[in-house]
Design a protein around this ligand. Sequence first.
Ligand code: PEP
Ligand code: MN
Length: 370
Amino acid sequence: MDIINIKNWGWEHLKDAHPIVIAGPCSAETKEQVLQTATAVANAGAHILRAGIWKPRTRPNSFEGLGEEALPWLIMAGKLTGLPVCAEVANAAHVELALKAGVDILWIGARTSVNPFAVQDIADALKGIDIPIMVKNPVNPDLELWIGAIERIYQAGIKKLAAVHRGFSVYNSDKYRNKPEWEIPIELRRRVPGLEVICDPSHIAGKRDLIYEVSQEAMDLNFDGLMIEAHIDPTCAWSDAQQQLNPVELNETLMKLVYRKEYSSDPIFNSQLETLRKQIDGIDLQILKLLAQRMEVVRNIGEYKKDNNISILQMERWAEMYKMRTGKADDLGVSKEFIEHIINAIHQESIQQQKQIMEEHLIKVTEKRS
Ligand code: PEP
Ligand code: MN
């Protein structure tokens, strides 16, 4: 894809802004709230202003945004601060109204990117228009759906494109409101080179106190920017009151973050890194060879089971193996979840290998019979 980076979206101050900071209230509530918040977040370091005009809410009877009425306030906020403004659109009518009002940047929310019909309607409404679009991940952890939404917008002729990672909805989430599943945006960047990804720590965290740590993690993973909900008086916000920062907190968060570079130009550092990485390459190769050896034993066992008419899985053995391997986590200095992932993956492949042996046997038996 021939994507135009945020620094070339047409605003001078975005040229060397890193990370890009998008901030503003979850929802536009009153003219005063929008204007006061905008001025304060601009002073706190925001490069782009946000405000929700139409709010997709989980349950009815929550505040669903003021709609069209609030659009002029957002435009005023942009003029007052000199910053570009962005808002969420969920259908073609929203696109039309936002464009007519003069909104600079649009984003597609998580509850919309999940629906290819809705995304296509938005894409059709955008044909022939030159406006930057940000696509949030769908609520469910489905990378293909996220890429599909980005492709639909790109195919409408939009080249000023970015993605926003806002975490994934889970039943009974523990720490975070939406699980980050960092490997998904990382894989998105591998699959769509040149696409910049902004992290929305507010909707991941769901709580003010966790915004900083999620933002720092995003910075350590080289995300290109942050979209942070900020409100002049967060506890009184009409939506997402627990997760919005006041402008002082926003500024403190941005100041406290450690910004690291992806690469170094120091030759000593680079050569030391290379030495260590060679060690990693060697170890990974050993791990893979060991896994191949393990699979050979697994296949021998498979033949043996087949000859003796024994099923692939013995539940007791598997439960015992699982317990023994995961029980080593502390001693090995790794998490139990990590061992669970690895052992489950190894077990799945082992079952697959033995299944193949059983199937080959089955094919021979049926050939003989016919
Ligand atoms: C929002 O940004 O206010 C919003 C509704 O986000 P999401 O689509 O990520 O839930
Ligand atoms: Mn919100």
